[in-house]
Design a protein around this ligand. Structure first.
Ligand code: SF4
Ligand code: SF4
Length: 183
């Protein structure tokens, strides 16, 4: 565990946590579609007493989340960096701006593969939230790690036919922890 917490983390200082409001979007998580990191937001199933599985929530792989907020709001300025020159480009609402925030002529734009997403800026315009159930919160990383324990514990998630699953006992434990504020 010490290795996990000391290893250098990519991205911003933030971490996304999906809380008890998450309905899993009926098994088609909307937030997952917005996440640029493969395998970061994952659908979690529960075992049902009669046998079988049903979508429960989503869980975030805390080691993969780069805190970009793209699952959180559509109303963000994305910050890209040119992989070779290091130049910064801002993208908002499909338009690109240079480091002085002047619009960039589309003909002068680098190719997409030359750019890497390095972060986002919200400028307090976070009014276009992605989650219809307001289940996503952005935290400072260390705080987010603690809060996420109320909603998912990767050590208790097992693979069943390639799906991430928790059993009844773990679901009960999590919901009790949420109700009592204990992990
Ligand atoms: S968009 Fe919200 S409700 Fe849907 S899966 Fe993501 S966190 Fe859950
Ligand atoms: S903050 Fe970014 S990396 Fe983290 S879960 Fe949301 S979209 Fe994915």
């Amino acid at each position: 565990m010490a290795v996990e917490t000391t290893k250098k983390r990519k991205g911003t200082a933030l971490l996304a946590v999906m809380n008890e409001n998450c309905t899993s979007c009926a098994g088609s998580p909307l937030c997952e579609v917005h996440c640029p990191v493969e395998g970061c937001i994952n659908l979690l199933y529960e075992e049902v007493p009669q046998g079988g599985l049903k979508p429960y929530r989503v869980w975030v792989d805390n080691d993969k989340c780069i805190g970009c907020q793209m699952c959180y709001s559509d109303d963000l300025t994305k910050i890209h960096q040119h992989k070779e020159t290091g130049e910064i480009y801002y993208e908002y609402d499909g338009r690109f701006y240079d480091s002085s925030k002047k619009p960039v002529d589309p003909a002068a734009m680098p190719k997409k593969f030359q750019l890497q997403l390095i972060g986002t800026e919200s400028e307090d315009r976070l009014d276009k939230k992605i989650c219809p159930w307001d289940a996503i919160r952005m935290y400072e990383y260390e705080e987010g790690l603690e809060v996420s324990k109320y909603f998912y514990n990767p050590e208790k998630i097992k693979k069943v036919q390639g799906l991430d699953v928790i059993d009844e006992e773990e679901k009960e434990r999590l919901e009790k922890a949420q109700a009592e504020g204990l992990t």
